[in-house]
Design a binder for this molecule. Structure first.
Ligand code: NAD
Length: 958
C-alpha cells in the first residue's frame, strides 16, 4: 500500500516546473521571438545553417548589391526557388535597396533581441529598465578576436573605463580580449601580462565596489584562465576582495573536478566567490576540434549527460554556499525547477544564490524570479554587430538546435511532462572513431605536458654533444669513416649535437652490392611480418616521443608543437603505409568476365634511393623509406647534411625491427649514407643499379635528378616533391579574424621553411587596407627565438647559407617593393630572421616568382577575384594554395581554377595530415602520386596485368 502511494507522488521538481510553465502561459510570452524561431525552424537543417552563415557574413558586406548576391549563393536555388527572386532583386536597383534594407532589418531585429545596445549609453538604458523590475545585470563587451596589441589595449581600457565610471558595476571579462593572440606556445608569457591586467581590474573594482566575473571560454584556455584568476586572487592585496566570479561549464567532462579543485582552493585560502554554473556555449567547436586532433572529446557527447551533470553540480554548489555564491545560468525549465527544488529542500536563503539568464531569452521567466524575490541577473552583451556576430550566431544556433529546451518546448511542442523529466541518457555512439587513426599531438595547452617536456629537456639536452656519434649504416651495419662533420643547433651555432660520419663512393658500392643480394628475397618476405616491423617502429617512436621532439627542436630548429607534429606524421606514415600495403596488395581491382580472368600483380622496382630534405628530416624521410621498403624494395637513404642525426636515430629503430620481425639478413635492405649531394648524391643518382629515386627537396635539385633519371637506361622511376610559391587569396567576404592568424601561421610558422608555406597573399582591393593594417599590427606579436624555449612562435632558419640566401631576397624585396613590416635579422648566435612583409612588387618580380624558403611574405592588391586568381596562378609552381572567403560562389570558382595540388579554404595552407590531406603538387612542384594518400605506394611498384583465357573446350571454369 505504502509503496503504491509513494509512486504516485509527483516529484517536487516537476510540480515546480509546472508552476513555471503556468506562469509563462499566463503571460502569453515568447510571441516575437517565438515567431522568428518558428519561421526558422520550419526550414530544414541545411537551409538554417546556410542562413546563419549568411547572417555571419552580412555586416562585413560593404556594397548593397553584394547582399542579394551572397544570399542567393547561400541558398540552394533549385530547392528553395528563391534564385529567381534574388536574380530579380539584384538587377533592379530600387528593389535591391528595399531588399537589402529588409534583410538588414531582420538581422538588426535579431541583434536587438540578443544584444542590449550598440554602446554603453544604450546598455545603461537597459540596466535602468532592469533595475525597475528588481533585476540585476552583468555586462559583457562584445568583441572580435584580439590579434593586435592595439585591440587588446582598446578592450582593456574599455573595461577600466566602465569600472571607474559605473558605480557597483558587475562585469564579465573575457581574458582573451586583454592580450593579443593567446595560443599555447605563449601561455606562460601571456600569463604574466594577464595577471597584471586582471589584478588592475580587480584593484579598480575593489575601489568602486564593483564585481568582476572571469568568463571561461574555450577548453584550451580554461586551465590558463583559472590559474591566472587564482594567482591574482592569492595576492594579499585581494584578501578582503571577494567580488569575483568564475564560470564552470557543465558540458565539460572534467567540470566536477574543476569544481572540487576550486572548492579546496577556496577552503585553503578562506575565500568566497561567485561560481556561475553554465552548460557551455562552444559544444560544436570543442567536439570538432578534439576529433580533428584525435584527442579525447572534452565535452559530453550526449546533451542529457550535460543536463545530468548540471544537476549534480547544482547539488554540490548548494552544499557549499559557505565558499561559493552559486549563480545558476540556464533557460531550461527542468534545470531551473531542479535548482528550486534543492533550494527548498535544503532551505537555502534567497540571498545565498542567484539565477542568471541571457538578455533576450525568456524575459517573462526572469520576471517570475524577480517577482518572487530571487536574485535574477541578466547577462547583458553590448557592442556593434560586426564584432558581436559570433555571439549572435551562437544564440541563433542555440535557439534552433534540435536538443535545445526552448525549441523542444515552443516549437516541437513536447508536453510539459516530457520536458520536465529527469535527463535520460540515450545510448549514443557519436565518437567518430572509424578507420585509420592519426597519432594525436601532445596537447601543450596543459601545463603538465609542458612541464614534462621542459623537464625532459633539462635532463637530456646534454646528451647531444660532440661525443655523440651519427654513424653510417652500410647494408644494415653501423660504420664509421675517415671523413666527418658536426651537426649543429641552428639557434646556437656553437652548439654541436653530434659527430656525423660521411659516406664515400666505396660505401655506396658496398651498400648497393649487399642490398642487391637480399632485395629479391625481401620482396617475398610475408607482408604481415613487414607490417609488424613497421607498427613496432611506430610504437617505439611513440615511446621515444620526447627524445625525437628534442632532436627536432635542436637540430631542425623547430618550435615544440611543430616538432611534435612531425613525430606524429612519421608515426602516421609508418602505420598508414602498412595499412595501405595490406589493402593494395591483397585486392584485385580489375574486372573479370566469364572465360577471362584478369589479375594484377605488384612487384618491387629493386633498389631505391631516398633523398630527403632538412625541413622534415624525420617524417618525410621515414615516409619515403617505409613506402619503398614495404613494396619490397631495398632502400638507401641519403639524408640532408643539415639534419642527419634525427634520421639516423629513427632508422636504427626501423632496422632493429626489420631484423626482429623479418630476420637479421634483411638488415641489408637498409643503408644510411650521409654525405655531399655533389659527390655521393650524383654518384648514386647515376648508378645503374638504382631503379627508383624518391626525392623531396628543391626544384633545382629535383630537376637535376630528373634529367639523370630520364637519361638512364632503363629509365629510373623518379618521384619528387619539390618547392612551392604558395598563394593565399583573401576575398572580399573573408573573415579577417580567421584570415590574419591563418596567413601568419601559413607564412611564418617554422619561419616559412615548409614547402607548403604561404609566400604570397593576394587581397581584394576592397579590403586591402583593412587587412594590411591589421596584419602589420598582428605580426608585431609574433616572437622569434631559441625554440628550446616554448614561448617562441618560431625559431631560426636552418644554416648560414639559408641566412645569406634569404637576405639576398630581402635586399631585392626592398629594392623593388616597399617593406611594411620587418623584425630583427641577426646571425650572431643563431640564424634568426624575423618576419618581413613587402608590398608593391611586380607580378614577375624575382621575389614573386622564386621560392625563398624563409619568413619573407609579399602581399598584392587584386582588382577583383579574376585578377586574384591570375596572380595566384602566375608562377611555375603549384603546390599548395589557400582562400579565405565566405562566398560559396567564390569558393567554388577558385577551387575549380586554382593550379595547386592542395587547396585549403578558410584555414592555413600548411599542415597536411596523413590519410586526410594526401599531399603533392601540380606544375613544377611534384612528380608522382601524392604522399600520405591511398595511391602513394603505386609509385614504388611495377604493376603486372595477367589475363588468362579460362575456357577449356567450351566451358568456363569461373
Ligand atoms: P635541397 O634540394 O637543397 O636538398 C634536398 C636533398 O637533396 C638533400 O638531402 C641534399 O643533400 C640532396 N641533394 C642535393 N644535391 C644533390 C645531388 N646532386 N644529388 C643527389 N642529392 C642531392 O632541398 P632542401 O634545402 O634540403 O629542402 C628544402 C626544399 O625542399 C624546398 O625547396 C622545399 O620546398 C622542398 N620540400 C618539398 C616538400 C614537398 O613535399 N613538396 C617537402 C619538404 C621540402
Amino acid at each position: 500500500m505504502e509503496g503504491n502511494k509513494l509512486k504516485t507522488i509527483e516529484p517536487r521538481e516537476i510540480a515546480i516546473g509546472k508552476e513555471l510553465f503556468a506562469f509563462l502561459e499566463k503571460k502569453k510570452s515568447f510571441t516575437d521571438l517565438k515567431n522568428v524561431f518558428l519561421q526558422l525552424s520550419t526550414f530544414d537543417q541545411k537551409l538554417q545553417t546556410q542562413l546563419f552563415k549568411f547572417v555571419d557574413v552580412l555586416p562585413s558586406l560593404k556594397h548593397k548589391d553584394s547582399v542579394a548576391k551572397i544570399l542567393s549563393e547561400y541558398i540552394d536555388e533549385s530547392k528553395f526557388k528563391v534564385g529567381f527572386l534574388v536574380d530579380f532583386v539584384s538587377h533592379l536597383p530600387i528593389v535591391r535597396d528595399v531588399f537589402k534594407t529588409s534583410i538588414e532589418q531582420l538581422v538588426a531585429f535579431l541583434a536587438r533581441t540578443f544584444i542590449c545596445g550598440k554602446n554603453i549609453e544604450e546598455a545603461k538604458q537597459t540596466i535602468a529598465k532592469l533595475k525597475k523590475k528588481n533585476q540585476f545585470y552583468t555586462l559583457d563587451i562584445l568583441g572580435e578576436v584580439v590579434l593586435t596589441q592595439k585591440e587588446a589595449d582598446f578592450y582593456y581600457n574599455k573595461y577600466i573605463d566602465l569600472l571607474q565610471n559605473i558605480q557597483e558595476l558587475n562585469i564579465s571579462v573575457k581574458l582573451s580580449a586583454l592580450v593579443p593572440q593567446i595560443n599555447k606556445n605563449n601561455f606562460e608569457e601571456k600569463k604574466l601580462v594577464l595577471k597584471h591586467r586582471l589584478a588592475n581590474l580587480f584593484r579598480i573594482a575593489k575601489k568602486n565596489s564593483a564585481t568582476v566575473n572571469v568568463d571561461t571560454e574555450h577548453y584550451e584556455t580554461k586551465e590558463l584562465f583559472f590559474a591566472v584568476t587564482k594567482e591574482v586572487l592569492q595576492d594579499p592585496e585581494f584578501n578582503d576582495f571577494d567580488n569575483v566570479g568564475i564560470v564552470i561549464q557543465a558540458y565539460l567532462k572534467d567540470s566536477k573536478k574543476d569544481f572540487l579543485t576550486w572548492l579546496s582552493w577556496l577552503k585553503l585560502h578562506q575565500k568566497k566567490i561567485t561560481i556561475r554554473l553554465v552548460k557551455g556555449a562552444y559544444w560544436d567547436y570543442e567536439q570538432a576540434h578534439a576529433l580533428q586532433k584525435n584527442w579525447a572529446v572534452p565535452v559530453f557527447e550526449d546533451k542529457a549527460l550535460t543536463d545530468l551533470n548540471y544537476e549534480n553540480l547544482v547539488d554540490l554548489a548548494l552544499n557549499n554556499t559557505e565558499y561559493f555564491r552559486p549563480a545558476f545560468a540556464s533557460h531550461n525549465i527542468r534545470s531551473l525547477a531542479y535548482i528550486l527544488k534543492v533550494v527548498e529542500a535544503k532551505q537555502i536563503s534567497k540571498n545565498d544564490f542567484e539565477i542568471q539568464m541571457l538578455y533576450g531569452m525568456l524575459d517573462d521567466l526572469k520576471d517570475y524570479f524577480s517577482q518572487k524575490g530571487f536574485c535574477l541577473r541578466v547577462y547583458l552583451p553590448y557592442g556593434e554587430l560586426l564584432p558581436g556576430m559570433s555571439y549572435l550566431v551562437r544564440r541563433l544556433l542555440e535557439n534552433t538546435a534540435n536538443d535545445s529546451f526552448l525549441k523542444q518546448g515552443f516549437i516541437d511542442k513536447k508536453s510539459k511532462e516530457e520536458l520536465l523529466q529527469a535527463p535520460s541518457i540515450k545510448k549514443t555512439n557519436l565518437q567518430i572513431k572509424r578507420g585509420f587513426q592519426n597519432s594525436p599531438e601532445i596537447d601543450f595547452s596543459l601545463e603538465k605536458n609542458r612541464n614534462k617536456f621542459k623537464n625532459y629537456l633539462n635532463t637530456n639536452l646534454e646528451k647531444l654533444n660532440a661525443e655523440r656519434i651519427c654513424a653510417l649504416i652500410v647494408a644494415g651495419k653501423m660504420q664509421e669513416s675517415f671523413e666527418s662533420f658536426f651537426t649543429i643547433n641552428p639557434a646556437k651555432h656553437d652548439q654541436v649535437l653530434a659527430k656525423v660520419f660521411k659516406a664515400n663512393i666505396e660505401d655506396c658500392d658496398l651498400a648497393i652490392k649487399e642490398a642487391k643480394k637480399v632485395q629479391k628475397d625481401w620482396q617475398d618476405v610475408d607482408l604481415k611480418k613487414k607490417v609488424m616491423a613497421f607498427r613496432e617502429t611506430a610504437q617505439e617512436l611513440e615511446r621515444q616521443r620526447l627524445f625525437f621532439n628534442m632532436l627536432l627542436v635542436s637540430e631542425a630548429g623547430k618550435a615544440w608543437q611543430e616538432a611534435d607534429a612531425e613525430v606524429c606524421e612519421a608515426i602516421d606514415f609508418l602505420n598508414y603505409y602498412a595499412d595501405s600495403a595490406l589493402e593494395t596488395f591483397n585486392t584485385n581491382k580489375l574486372r573479370s568476365l566469364p572465360g577471362e580472368r584478369n589479375t594484377n600483380r605488384y612487384s618491387a622496382l629493386g633498389l631505391s634511393l631516398v633523398i630527403s630534405p632538412w625541413n622534415f628530416p624525420l617524417a618525410i624521410m621515414l615516409g619515403m623509406t617505409s613506402a619503398s621498403l614495404i613494396c619490397g624494395n631495398a632502400v638507401i637513404v641519403k639524408p640532408s647534411s643539415q639534419t642527419p642525426l634525427v634520421a639516423y636515430e629513427a632508422l636504427m629503430i626501423l632496422l632493429n625491427n626489420i631484423s626482429k620481425y623479418c630476420g637479421s639478413k634483411y638488415k641489408a635492405v637498409l643503408s644510411f649514407l650521409p654525405g655531399s649531394g655533389a659527390v655521393i648524391g650524383d654518384y648514386l643518382i647515376n648508378h645503374k643499379d638504382i631503379a627508383c629515386i624518391a626525392f623531396t627537396g628543391s626544384n633545382e635539385t629535383g630537376m637535376h635528378i630528373n634529367e639523370a633519371a630520364i637519361k638512364a637506361r632503363p629509365v629510373k622511376r623518379f618521384i619528387a616533391e619539390m618547392g612551392g610559391k604558395n598563394p593565399i587569396i583573401v576575398e572580399r567576404t573573408a573573415d579577417l579574424d580567421e584570415a590574419i592568424p591563418g596567413v601568419i601561421y601559413s607564412a611564418f610558422g617554422y619561419s616559412g621553411q615548409k614547402c607548403s608555406a604561404c609566400s604570397r597573399v593576394i587581397i581584394e582591393e576592397e579590403i586591402y587596407e583593412d587587412f594590411k593594417t591589421r596584419l602589420v599590427e598582428a605580426i608585431a606579436e609574433v616572437k622569434y627565438g631559441d625554440p628550446l624555449n616554448f614561448e617562441f612562435y618560431s625559431g631560426p632558419v636552418i644554416d648560414q647559407n639559408a641566412f645569406k640566401n634569404i637576405n639576398l631576397y630581402i635586399d631585392l624585396a626592398k629594392k623593388y617593393g616597399d617593406v611594411i613590416a620587418e623584425g630583427i635579422n641577426s646571425n650572431e648566435k643563431g640564424f634568426f630572421i624575423e618576419p618581413i612583409i613587402v608590398e608593391n612588387l611586380a607580378a614577375d618580380a624575382i621575389v614573386t616568382q622564386e621560392e625563398i624558403f624563409g619568413p619573407l611574405l609579399a602581399i598584392y592588391k587584386a582588382k577583383d577575384l579574376d585578377d586574384a586568381l591570375k596572380l595566384a596562378n602566375n608562377t611555375e609552381y603549384g603546390l599548395t594554395a589557400g582562400l579565405f572567403s565566405r562566398s560559396p560562389e567564390a569558393i567554388e570558382y577558385i577551387s575549380n581554377n586554382i593550379e595547386a595540388g592542395n587547396f585549403y579554404i578558410n584555414r592555413p595552407c600548411t599542415g597536411a595530415i596523413v590519410s586526410r590531406q594526401a599531399f603533392g603538387g601540380h606544375k613544377n612542384s611534384s612528380i608522382g602520386l601524392k604522399a600520405g594518400g591511398p595511391n602513394y605506394l603505386l609509385n614504388f611498384v611495377l604493376e603486372k596485368t595477367i589475363t588468362e583465357n579460362t575456357m577449356r573446350r567450351g566451358f568456363a571454369d569461373d
